[in-house]
Design a protein around this ligand. Structure first.
Ligand SMILES: Cc1cc2nc3c(=O)[nH]c(=O)nc-3n(C[C@H](O)[C@H](O)[C@H](O)COP(=O)(O)OP(=O)(O)OC[C@H]3O[C@@H](n4cnc5c(N)ncnc54)[C@H](O)[C@@H]3O)c2cc1C
Length: 422
């Protein structure tokens, strides 16, 4: 029997919610603290890869997630002259039936929050912005903005994202960010419902459309639209008439006309920035960093939320297997360290091929990497990278691949019943 611990989780994102759920299921008493006034995610859509789906499946939540998501079979990227320079189907994994999913952030959050709310042993504290912590021999306290410090916890899990207060190093904010919007998908829209589609002008401009399923309460399915933008150019964009900006988007991707017509107001677009950083010390006394608080990167490879879910799973497994708290936390990071390291390097290397001012790198991407990626073994490696399975992260965590046969059946039955989450 594992001794139940008092655990504080900072942050209610995918990492914090999944960790809270897993730890409460092990019998621990879990308190989640988030700075938000009322629970809610910020942002548009994201991709859940086979790696993250494996965790959601093991949590028993994959079926519910799929009912709100869109099945994605491939990533397709086309450069401005119309040449396909990225064709990455999940079928190249060689795993029968494998796919990724596009989902609205609110749907992922909603499913995890519902499960956490129904789970005994979890208390959620909104409006608690953590500014620091204090380690005493008998436990670690959290310090909040404008509130008294918390009682002592046996363990604090930092899942507060890349802006974490617990890594004082520079945040490594990347020059490129992106404008994001969730827009209704309408009959006759010229998008394949099962592709993440991207268009590139060299590497300095990228537009994308990702189907993200149907949110609870939404009238129908949506897509996430994104447009890359340098942070230093954002003030100019904010002053540019919306129609001028739309004309610029249409020069790259004319088929977006109908979709852009659904943007009537600048406030429908959120500008997101990304940071590339890795916490040098994810474990200190009575504290562990998981998810973006440990490692964050540009979403070019679509891995952050998936890595966060894997970290949460690893933490729960470490707590179950280690003998002392120190050993439990060391185990939790040791099972994840190589995979994190690998993806931090690969994302760092690949991002400038799609997001930079370089003329040479996109030319290398289009003339060398694209033709190469159509052949063995590059095609399989590309699919492994995209799916989050490169470096075999599931084995050390005792996780199995998602049960795609059962999951496809739940997708089909949801589609057949025309289920809407209103
Ligand atoms: C535009 C965009 C697109 C992306 N696309 C993808 C994708 O396709 N696939 C993918 O896997 N990943 C994607 N990502 C990355 C992914 O969103 C993150 O990696 C993931 O959300 C990390 O989860 P997390 O739980 O670690 O942190 P977060 O989701 O950042 O959650 C952190 C939580 O902590 C709370 N918090 C922060 N500071 C404090 C504090 N001081 N006190 C209390 N609470 C605090 C926040 O309110 C928040 O609820 C994308 C990111 C962006 C910005």
């Amino acid at each position: 029997m594992m001794q139940p611990l008092d655990i504080a989780v900072i942050g209610c994102g995918p990492a914090g919610l999944a960790a809270a759920l897993l730890l409460a299921r092990q019998g621990h008493d879990v308190h989640i603290f988030d700075q938000f006034l009322a629970p809610g995610p910020v942002g548009s859509g994201l991709m859940i890869q086979p790696s993250g789906l494996a965790v959601l499946d093991a949590l028993g939540l994959a079926g519910e997630i799929l009912r709100r998501a869109a099945r994605i079979d491939a990533l397709e990227g086309i450069e401005e002259r119309g040449r396909c320079v990225l064709d990455a189907p999940y079928a190249a994994l060689g795993l029968p039936g494998a796919f990724g999913i596009g989902i609205h952030r609110a749907s992922l959050f909603g499913v995890l929050l519902e499960a956490a709310s129904a789970q005994a042993g979890i208390t959620l504290h909104a409006d608690h912005a953590v500014t620091g912590s204090l380690c005493e021999p008998a436990g670690r306290r959290l310090i909040f903005a404008g509130r008294e410090a918390s009682s002592r916890f046996d363990l604090v899990v930092d899942a507060s994202g890349w802006r974490t207060h617990f890594d004082p190093a520079p945040k490594g904010i990347l020059p490129f960010g992106a404008l994001w919007a969730s827009l209704p998908l309408e009959p006759g829209d010229p998008f394949a419902g099962n592709l993440l589609e991207q268009r590139y002008r060299r590497a300095s401009q990228m537009a994308g459309v990702l189907p993200i399923g149907q949110r609870a309460g939404a009238a129908g399915p949506e897509v996430a639209f994104f447009w890359s933008l340098k942070a230093e150019d954002y003030p100019v964009w904010a002053e540019t008439p919306l129609d001028d900006w739309k004309a610029e988007v249409l020069r790259l991707w004319p088929a977006l006309e109908g979709l852009l017509a659904r943007i009537g107001d600048r406030s429908q677009l959120t500008f997101a920035r990304y940071a590339h950083r890795t916490h040098p010390a994810p474990v200190i006394e009575r504290m562990i960093a998981i998810g973006d608080a440990w490692h964050s990167a540009s979403p070019q490879l679509g891995q952050g939320a998936n890595m966060a879910l894997l970290d949460a799973w690893s933490l729960a497994r470490g707590l179950a297997e280690g003998r002392t708290l120190g050993e439990k936390l060391r185990l939790a990071t040791s099972w994840r360290r190589d995979h994190v390291w690998l993806y931090q390097i690969v994302t760092r290397a690949f991002t400038p091929l799609y997001q930079s001012e370089s003329r040479m790198l996109p030319s290398l991407r289009d003339r060398l990497l694209a033709p190469l990626s159509r052949h063995w073994p590059a095609r399989g490696i590309q699919a492994q990278l995209m799916s989050g399975l490169f470096g075999f992260p599931l084995g050390p965590l005792g996780l199995a691949l998602p049960d795609y046969e059962a999951l496809s059946a739940s997708l089909t039955s949801a589609a057949a019943s025309g289920e809407s989450h209103s």
